[in-house]
Design a protein around this ligand. Sequence first.
Ligand SMILES: *[C@@H]1O[C@H](CO)[C@@H](O)[C@H](O)[C@H]1NC(C)=O
Ligand SMILES: *[C@@H]1O[C@H](CO)[C@@H](O)[C@H](O)[C@H]1NC(C)=O
Ligand SMILES: *[C@@H]1O[C@H](CO)[C@@H](O)[C@H](O)[C@H]1NC(C)=O
Length: 978
Amino acid sequence: MSYTCGYHQIFLCFCLLFCFSLPFPVKSDELHLLLNLKSALNKSTTGVLDSWGAADSICSFNGITCNDGGFVKEIELSNQKLTGVLPLDSICQLQSLQKLSLGFNSLYGPISEELNNCVKLEYLDLGNNLFAGSFPDISSLTQLKSLHLNNSGFSGVFLWKMLEKMTNLTALSLGDNPLIRSPFPNQILKLKKLSWLYLANCSIEGKIPPAIGGLTELVNLELEHNHLSGEIPMEISNLHKLWQLELYYNNLTGKLPVGLRNLTKLENFDASANNLEGDISEVGYLNNLVSLQLFKNRFNGEIPSELGEFRKLVNLSLYDNMLTGPLPQKLGSWSNFDYIDVSENLLTGPIPPNMCNKGTMRGVLMVQNRLTGEIPATYGNCTTLKRFRVNNNSLSGVVPAGIWGLPVVDIVDIAYNRFEGPITSDIKNAKEMGILSVGYNILSGELPEEISEATSLVKIELNDNQISGEIPHGIGELKRLNVLNFHNNLLSGSIPDSLCSGVSISDINMAGNSLSGKIPSCLGSLATLNSLNLSRNELSGKIPDSLSTLKLNLFDLSYNQLTGPIPQTLSIEAYNGSLVGNPGLCSSTVELRSFKPCRPDSGMSKDVRVLIVCLALGAMVLLASLGCFLYLKRTERRDGDRSLKEESWDLKSFHVLTFTEDEILDSIKQENLIGKGGSGNVYKVMLSNGVELAVKHIWNTESNGRRGQSSTAPILSKRAGKAKEFDAEVQTLSSIRHVNVVKLYCSITSEDSSLLVYEYLPNGSLWDRLHTSQKMELDWDTRYEIAVGAAKGLEYLHHGCGKPVIHRDVKSSNILLDEYLKPRISDFGLAKIVQANSGKDSTHVIAGTHGYIAPEYGYTYKVNEKSDVYSFGVVLMELVSGKRPIDPEYGENKDIVSWICSKIQSKESVLSIVDPRIPDGLKEGAVKVLRIGILCTTTLPALRPTMRSVVQMLEEAEPCRLVGIAVGKDSEQKKEHH
Ligand SMILES: *[C@@H]1O[C@H](CO)[C@@H](O)[C@H](O)[C@H]1NC(C)=O
Ligand SMILES: *[C@@H]1O[C@H](CO)[C@@H](O)[C@H](O)[C@H]1NC(C)=O
Ligand SMILES: *[C@@H]1O[C@H](CO)[C@@H](O)[C@H](O)[C@H]1NC(C)=O
């Protein structure tokens, strides 16, 4: 007692000293508390707290509201870029605090149980911050009406029980936190006043309890991105006030409940990406719908005709179901309609004509249906249209001219229909068009010269039409052009030289036309070219020597009228079929036996010929000696591997090395060459201590952009300011240590080129072991181990070393095998190094290899981890099928991905994909791995699994385990898919 009294006395003393000068003693405490808060969080760049302390009264501070007594009642500081650790001890001393609103900031650290001292709180928003740890038990905050903790970084277990006494809660947001999985929390079902419930993406599993129907005040119910299964309970139709119902990305089954029609206030309904079936007639009654999303289910039956009368509907996404019948013709004609995606169904009848009535439509996505009729003429004036994709239908008629020149259109894709008429000069207005895909129609007329004004074009697919005339000469002005498919048309004239200025071209197919004249020799300078098909034309003249510098995955000049000798480097067995049908070609090597040997003109006697050859040789020897003499005398230029030691080299080592720079430089010579890659030559170096290394010699890809050039004069150029970037990159890469990643020991750089020193792996690459003459019998266990190991290596690159390292060129030839056939990823990040080493604008450098390149690569240039995942999926397909990514067997324009896609309809044909060398008993296991490969090669990057989940899935597919594959879902949801 006396103790307390003592305090009182002291307090009185203090009052005597200070209180009379300060009119509101307790409020001055509040000032103090607020200033504590300010100093804890005052890193805001918005300056919101600057006035704090300067203003006369705390009640006029920004974000502060007081009650009648002048005490702080509300703190409203959401979305102010605040950062720091929340000083709860100070905040919760504000005795009248009812509202604490701090959402959308960058607050971090843990939240402690001190929060319980804020007993009067009715509104608490800590959502969208960077807190850590689990959320504390705040049972004493029983007066809470709104609790927002969504996307705030809390993990672990959420103590649902603490909600029990918060019976006044009307809004609860807990979604987007990495919580431990739990069943649907029954405590919530007692919160009868709830009108807003956001439990998306917070690891809820099991069924939606029927008692949810008791929360009749609910206006918003969001349960998307969980692991919910079972049926949607019919009691949900008691929620008459519902305005929004979000159930997408779960594993719900069964039909839409009867009675759903009673939710007449519903404006947003999304049950996409579940396992729902049956018809969708119930939604025909929901005439206030603004957005209806039911994609990726197994719905069948017709689209209710009532949807055509919905006055507010602006978004409709029903893709990937089994819907039949016609689209309501008045669909979208009432509102500011935005987009429709009904792709991948079995719909018939015409495209609704008035969806762009209000001039707001952005997307028409109707690929792969059975639609008939013409493109509505009004769409040619729909200037807001960004995507127009109706491929794979039975549409016909002339394409309205305006379609070609829509000002903001990104994709025009009308392939696989029966469209006719020309591509018109309107295309000059299509400044944002990235993809023009019109293959497999009966389009005719000439290709307008104005196509070169559609400067965003990345991909032009005109194949299999009846387009005639010449190839527009300005085509090479399209600087982003990547894919050019002109095959199977009636094009004539010559291949324009301007094509060679197309700096990004990776794929040229002009087969099956009537092109004549010579093959432009400048094609050899297209650094990014991966695939060149000029077969079945009337091309004449010689094969330019320059083509031998290209490193192509597909090369076909067959059935033309080419003459003369086949360049030495193209005279290899693999190109045999690529050159047939050219009776005028001759070969001077034995590899190409089907060609006549090259002989000098007959008519001269043998003696004369011998004489001429001798004279010529003599002259050459003379000239060569003279040349050598002058060369040695005059120049210090070091431009060949042999003169490497004359350069000044800088060794950057990030580890203790057992070799010296000289030892490496001495070994860079022809006899040690073991491979040529797109970016440089690879040498095998045997150190004096017996250790073997692989050394990659990289030179600049700029200037003419020649790649893989094997002559003694690689195109070298200054690295200048890029050097730092290069070094930084090498440092990152050499810090990577993982059993499934090839070790990079150091880099040795000079002004002009660089050497990267790697560990040497004796068993070469997976590509060689699977596909080449040095094939090995790899049994299924070995292949499986290779798959898992390589996946782990990539996972490590993506997730294991701080900043993700994107490989950019994942392929079986970049998976090397050690003596025990354990895999190691090589050449990771090389694309970026090469790029850093050259002066090129990164957006125009396309790395990757034909057959492995993810589809988005073609038009976005935005590479991320998911592009690697795609390429890895292709490797899995190679492992399972034993086939190459590109093979004529798949049919024209098909790669292993589309080939496998076409085969996965029935179990028998799936089993036929599996390499016949794998015994029957193991085929099931191989199919599991194949399924993972298919997931990885999903068109939409967001839907591909991460490498982390690929590793998990692969481990579950282990040959001797009988566990099914859990299909990993990516949390990113994309409503607009096509
Ligand atoms: C709920 O709100 C009512 C009315 O504002 C109030 O009387 C009651 O005490 C509150 N209940 C709790 C548990 O705070
Ligand atoms: C989804 O539910 C079906 C049927 O209940 C089940 O077979 C399947 O494994 C579930 N899928 C996932 C990913 O949970
Ligand atoms: C729908 O509402 C009507 C009238 O309010 C009611 O009679 C009917 O039972 C409800 N249907 C369902 C399935 O809840």
